[in-house]
Design a protein around this ligand. Structure first.
Ligand code: R2B
Ligand code: URA
Length: 309
């Protein structure tokens, strides 16, 4: 594989190790994962995390706790589901739960929040010497031309101009990174979805924005500088470009996983059809059930990979 010290723009050759792309890291005497309240001196990361094979991330801390409990039940692990502890309890930035080979972690809302979390998560997997790790983002989104409740497995994560790229400002310059995701993994997830009753899933492009309101063409924010017709025009253009849902983290998630040699997938349920409106008016219990759909799909995938489904 590529030595971890090179600063190549290319992804590493496919091997199972987790790569960090930072020549300075190995000269650190101690690496403090500040937002996790973990560190290489204070914690034995290989012992705590070395057996992780599946990492699932999602915006909300409660949802990721529920996912950890679901995995605990589905994998029939020893111990009480109610005893699962937040490993990041020492900080309220993120929540982290480990159940067997599965790590379930929250990332907050938006690119800056998930980006900080991914820097520290990828370093954690590297320090723990994990191998063969897959990452999943399970989340919510606004659908374009789909029945609410549809699960979208992302083909390409695209920016607000429908380009499969993520721009990061580094020392005042813009660096562009590819947002390619693993096509085989997306297909495998789609096949899994067919085995779950009443779960409609498709593969499509996912648009990632920096805002929930104006940034997603909503007419109901505190500010709005465009008309209903202009909004619909933009959503129609997105649809024609292949976009089927809109959320706020997929491009940086895809870009960082790609550079570090991690297989990754994005699975988001649509809460509404944006051609029909902007407000999320669906009853709470229906939304709760929608949000379980990506969790069920990834749980089923993990069970199949582990040979227990
Ligand atoms: C989906 O839902 C959140 C906004 O409501 C955001 O984190 C996202 O990507
Ligand atoms: N999350 C988003 O980012 N947009 C939506 O419309 C719904 C959930």
């Amino acid at each position: 594989g590529t030595p971890s010290g090179t600063r190549s723009p290319d992804p590493p050759e496919r091997d199972e190790a987790v790569h960090v792309k930072n020549p300075h890291l190995d000269s650190l005497e101690e690496d403090i994962l500040y937002h996790f309240n973990l560190g290489t001196r204070t914690h034995n990361l290989p012992e705590m995390f070395g057996d992780i094979k599946f990492v699932c991330v999602g915006g909300s801390a409660n949802r990721m706790k529920a996912f950890a409990q679901l995995i605990h039940r589905e994998l029939v692990l020893p111990g009480d589901v109610n005893d699962i502890q937040d490993i990041c309890a020492g900080t309220d930035r993120y929540s982290m739960y480990k159940v067997g080979p599965v790590l379930s972690m929250s990332h907050g809302m938006g690119i800056p929040s998930i980006s900080i979390m991914l820097h520290e998560l990828i370093k954690l997997l590297y320090h723990a010497r994990c191998r063969d790790v897959m990452l999943f983002r399970i989340g919510t989104s606004g659908g374009i031309g789909l029945a609410p409740g549809t699960v979208v497995i992302t083909d390409k994560a695209v920016d607000s101009s429908f380009r499969p790229r993520f721009e990061q400002v580094v020392l005042g310059n813009v660096i562009v990174r590819s947002t390619e995701l693993d096509k085989d993994l997306a297909q495998e997830l789609l096949s899994c979805s067919a085995e779950i009753p009443d779960l409609a899933a498709i593969i499509g492009d996912t648009m990632c924005t920096y805002d929930f309101y104006e940034g997603q063409g909503r007419l109901d924010g505190a500010l709005c500088s465009f008309s209903q017709e202009e909004k619909l025009d933009y959503l129609r253009k997105a649809y024609r470009a292949g976009v089927r849902n809109i959320e706020m983290e997929s491009t940086v998630f895809a870009a960082m996983c790609h550079v570090c040699g991690l297989k990754a997938a994005v699975i988001c349920v649509t809460l509404l059809n944006r051609f029909e409106g902007d407000q999320i008016s669906t009853p709470h219990d229906v939304l709760q059930e929608y949000q379980q759909r990506p969790q069920c799909l990834v749980a089923h995938f993990i069970k199949k990979r582990l040979g227990i489904a």
